[in-house]
Write a protein that binds this ligand. Structure first.
Ligand code: IMP
Length: 183
């Protein structure tokens, strides 16, 4: 285990089992629909890679980069699109793939913005959710795990750009944050 890690919250085997199960549900739900998986950079990259291999259907992927933690804008609900989709989603069955829903502000903005492009359907996959932190209601069709109000890293999630390559979802030691308000 990395020296900065205090504890493993969700071990990699459990993540794989859950992502496989959700991939199975998506396979059932999207038969003949050629879904477009929209990965929100950068945290959802790892889960997208696993999830798409558990979807036993033709599907496509695209990427969007939006400002969130670290930019100072996520709590205001003003979200900036840093990189937009390459694909035209009008008439497509779109599934947003997100790493974690915290306040819900990022996804709520994103959902509105994508709905304005008239997709055939728009649903949300989120690996993690922190329900106690929610500020806006958001319907998540495919949810991996609910986590307590702790800052988590690993399996794609970062702290200051680091720890994305940890295979498990982990909580860092308090001293790593050096009083920056994350815990
Ligand atoms: P929201 O708009 O507050 O729901 O913010 C969601 C975004 O905040 C996620 O996509 C993550 O980038 C980031 N985030 C929220 N909680 C955590 C965490 O515990 N670890 C790492 N990133 C987080």
């Amino acid at each position: 285990m990395m020296p900065d890690v205090e504890k493993i919250l969700i071990p990699s085997e459990e993540i794989q089992q859950k992502v496989r199960e959700l991939g199975g549900r998506i396979t059932e739900d999207y038969r003949d629909k050629n879904p477009l998986l929209v990965c929100i950079l950068r945290g959802a990259v790892i889960v997208l890679g696993d999830l798409m291999r558990y979807i036993d259907l033709p599907c496509e992927i695209d990427f969007m980069d939006i400002s969130s933690y670290g930019t100072g804008t996520s709590s205001s609900g003003v979200v900036r699109i840093l990189k937009d989709l390459e694909e035209n989603i009008t008439g497509r069955h779109v599934l947003i793939v997100e790493d974690i829903i915290d306040t819900g502000l990022t996804l709520s903005y994103l959902k509105r913005s994508l709905l304005a492009r008239n997709p055939a359907s728009l649903e949300i996959f989120a690996l993690l959710s922190k329900p106690s932190r929610r500020r806006v209601e958001i319907e998540v069709k495919y949810l991996g795990f609910e986590v307590p109000d702790e800052f988590v890293v690993g399996y794609g999630l970062d702290y200051a750009g680091a720890y994305r390559n940890l295979p498990d979802i982990c909580v860092l030691k308090p001293e790593v944050f050096q009083g920056d308000g994350k815990r």
